[in-house]
Design a protein around this ligand. Structure first.
Ligand code: G16
Length: 560
C-alpha cells in the first residue's frame, strides 16, 4: 500500500459561511469557488477539535448536483485530519433520516449531510452541507456558531491531494489507505439497508402489507429525490406495492427533474392532480429531496396539514409496535406549527414542548427521554427513533394507523376534529424578497408588537374582530441545557386563541423569504375551507405588517 502524505493548504476566509436553520445552503456556484467547500469542511473539523482524531464519520447526501465533488474534498480533508474511518453511501447517496440512523447505530462521532433539502438542485441551484452530532441530530446553535466563527478566521486546510477518489464510492466495500503512517478507511455501504431494518423494527410490516394488498391504493411520489431507492425497497419489495401504479418519480436526479423537490400543494402538484384524477387512490404521499419531509393526502387529494398529521399520529401511537415497546413520553411542535397536538398532549396527560423552528431543538429533549413524537408545519414529522424528521416513517405511521382503525384518511381526520376541534392553518411564503425590505418590515413590526398599548388593541376584517392578548418576539430556553434561542419569530396571539406569526426563513440560499403563519381554532364548521376561514386573519396580518409596502409583493409565492 502506497504511503500518502497530508499537506496544509493556505487559504483565505469567506465571510458568509453562517449555517442557517439546517446547515449551510448556498448556490452550487458559491460552493464551487476555489476553497469554499474545503474551508467550510475544515471549519467543521476545527470546531470538533480533539474529537476528530480517530473518529468515525458518516457521509451522505441526496444525490443533487455537486455531491460527488464535495465528497471527494471531504475524503481528502478527513484523511488529513486523522479521521480513522468514513462510512459513505454508495455513490454518496444517503437520505437525511438514514444518515441519522447510521450515526446512531454505528455510534459514530457524527455525520456530514450533503443536501439543500427541499431547495431545487442542478448547476444553477442549491447545495448544502450540514454537520450532525453523535446523537444523529443536526448540530445545535453553539456548534454551528463555532463553525461560523472559525470559518471567518481560517488560514489553512489539511488535505491529502494524492488520495485517489475517482471510482472510490461507486462500489460497496472497504478501502484502506495509509496516510501519514496511519490507517484511513473508507467504507462504502448500501444506502438503504440499515434504514429498512430500522423501519421493520418500528412498524408491523405484516399488517401494512395486508393493507397495501387489500388493495388499499397508494401513490408515493419521491419527486426524483433521494427516497426513490428507499421507496422501491420498502413499498415495492417489502410491502408488495405495484412499481407501475403505486410509486412515482423514484429515479434520483441531480436536478430533481428541474422541479422544486418540496412536498406541498404547490410543488407536488403533479401528485395532487394524479390523486384527484384517479379516485381509486386512497392515499398519496410525497417526500422532499433528502427524504425528511412528507405530505399526506387522502382520497380525492384530501389534504392533511402537517399540524393535523402530527396530532393524529400522537392520538394513535398505541398501534405502532415501537411505541408499544418503548412507551410514549412527551410531544412537541415548533412554535409556528398549529396547536392541534397541544390538545392531544393535554388529553393524554403527556408533557408538551413548544420549540423554535428547526429540528435541532428537539434533540436535547429526546436525548433526555422527555420527547417521543414531534413535528413542524414545514412538512416535518418524526419520533425519537432517530434525530431527524423522517418522511417515509410518517407515511408508514399513517398506513399503520389506517390499517388499525380501518378508516379512510378523511374519516380519521373528521373523527379527530369531532373529538378535539380543528386548528385551521395556513402559511404564506414570499420567496426571495429583497433583504432590506424584509428586514425593515420585521423591525417595524417588532417595534409595533412590543410597544405599550399593542396588547388590548382590536383588529377587524370581513366582519370579524380579534383582540390582541400577546405581542412578542419568541424566545426559547432549552429545558435540558438552559441555552437560550432568541428572535425566533414575531407572534401576535389573540384572545380567542388565534395566532399570527411572522418569520424570515433560515433555509433560503438567496434573498429573504418572509413566512406568515396563521392559525385559528374552531370547535365546529370543520368542513369549511381553511383559506375562507382564515381570510380575515390574513388580511389583518398583511395590514399590520405592511408587507406589500416593504417587500413590493402583492401575492405569496406559495400558500400551504
Ligand atoms: C429545515 C429544518 C426544519 C425547518 C425548515 C424550515 O427543514 O430542518 O426544522 O422547519 O427547515 O425552516 P425555515 O422556515 O427557516 O426555512 P429542511 O427540510 O429544509 O431541512
Amino acid at each position: 500500500m502506497a504511503e500518502l502524505k497530508s499537506i496544509s493548504v493556505p487559504t483565505t476566509p469567506f465571510d458568509d459561511q453562517k449555517p442557517g436553520t439546517s446547515g449551510l445552503r448556498k448556490k452550487v456556484k458559491v460552493f464551487q469557488q476555489n476553497h469554499y467547500t474545503e474551508n467550510f469542511v475544515q471549519s467543521i473539523f476545527n470546531a470538533l477539535g480533539c474529537k476528530v482524531k480517530n473518529s468515525v464519520i458518516v457521509v451522505g447526501g441526496d444525490g443533487r448536483y455537486y455531491l460527488k465533488e464535495a465528497i471527494s474534498h471531504i475524503i481528502k480533508i478527513a484523511a488529513a485530519n486523522q479521521v480513522s474511518k468514513l462510512i459513505i453511501g454508495q455513490n454518496g447517496i444517503i437520505s437525511t433520516p438514514a444518515v441519522s440512523s447510521l450515526i446512531r447505530s454505528n455510534k459514530t462521532t457524527g455525520g456530514i449531510v450533503l443536501t439543500a433539502s427541499h431547495n431545487p438542485g442542478g448547476i444553477n441551484n442549491d447545495f448544502g452541507i450540514k454537520y450532525n452530532c453523535e446523537n444523529g441530530g443536526p448540530a445545535p446553535d453553539n456548534v454551528t456558531n463555532e463553525i461560523f466563527e472559525l470559518s471567518k478566521k481560517i488560514k489553512e486546510f489539511k488535505y491529502v491531494p494524492d488520495l485517489k477518489t475517482c471510482g472510490l464510492i461507486e462500489t460497496i466495500g472497504v478501502t484502506t489507505f495509509k496516510v501519514d503512517g496511519r490507517d484511513f478507511v473508507v467504507e462504502v455501504i448500501d444506502s438503504v439497508e440499515n434504514y429498512v431494518n430500522l423501519m421493520k423494527d418500528i412498524f408491523d410490516f405484516g399488517k401494512i402489507k395486508k393493507l397495501v394488498n387489500q388493495p388499499f391504493n397508494i401513490l408515493i411520489d419521491s419527486m426524483h429525490g433521494v427516497t426513490g431507492r428507499y421507496v422501491e425497497r420498502i413499498f415495492v419489495e417489502e410491502l408488495g406495492a405495484d412499481v407501475n401504479k403505486n410509486v412515482t418519480h423514484t429515479e434520483t436526479l441531480e436536478d430533481f427533474g428541474g422541479e422544486h423537490p418540496d412536498p406541498n400543494l404547490t410543488y407536488a402538484k403533479s401528485l395532487v392532480d394524479k390523486v384527484k384524477a384517479d379516485t381509486s387512490y386512497d392515499l398519496g404521499a410525497a417526500f422532499d429531496g433528502d427524504g425528511d419531509r412528507n405530505m399526506i393526502l387522502g382520497k380525492n387529494a384530501f389534504f392533511v396539514t402537517p399540524s393535523d398529521s402530527l396530532a393524529v399520529i400522537a392520538n394513535n401511537l398505541e398501534c405502532i409496535p415501537y411505541f408499544k415497546k418503548n412507551g410514549v413520553k412527551g410531544f412537541a411542535r415548533s412554535m409556528p406549527t398549529a396547536g392541534a397536538v397541544d390538545r392531544v398532549a393535554q388529553k393524554l396527560g403527556k408533557e408538551f414542548f413548544e420549540t423554535p423552528t428547526g429540528w435541532k431543538y428537539f434533540g436535547n429533549l429526546m436525548d433526555a427521554e422527555r420527547l417521543s413524537l414531534c413535528g413542524e408545519e414545514s412538512f416535518g414529522t418524526g419520533s425519537d427513533h432517530i434525530r431527524e424528521k423522517d418522511g417515509i416513517w410518517a407515511v408508514l405511521a399513517w398506513l399503520q394507523i389506517i390499517e388499525h382503525k380501518n378508516m379512510s384518511v378523511e374519516e380519521i381526520l373528521n373523527e379527530h376534529w369531532c373529538q378535539y376541534g380543528r386548528n385551521f392553518f395556513t402559511r404564506y411564503d414570499y420567496e426571495e424578497c429583497e433583504g432590506k425590505g424584509a428586514n425593515d418590515m420585521m423591525a417595524t413590526l417588532e417595534s409595533m408588537l412590543t410597544s405599550s398599548g399593542f396588547v388590548g388593541r382590536e383588529f377587524s376584517s370581513l366582519g370579524k374582530t380579534y383582540k390582541v392578548k400577546v405581542g412578542d418576539n419568541f424566545s426559547y430556553v432549552d429545558p435540558i441545557d438552559k441555552s437560550v434561542a432568541k428572535n425566533q419569530g414575531l407572534r401576535v396571539l389573540f384572545e380567542d386563541g388565534s395566532r399570527l406569526v411572522f418569520r424570515l426563513s433560515g433555509t433560503g440560499s438567496s434573498g429573504a423569504t418572509v413566512r406568515l403563519y396563521v392559525d385559528s381554532y374552531e370547535q365546529s364548521n370543520f368542513k369549511n375551507d381553511a383559506q375562507d376561514i382564515l381570510k380575515p386573519l390574513v388580511n389583518i396580518a398583511l395590514e399590520m405588517s405592511q408587507l406589500q409596502k416593504f417587500t413590493g409583493r402583492d401575492a405569496p409565492t406559495v400558500i400551504t
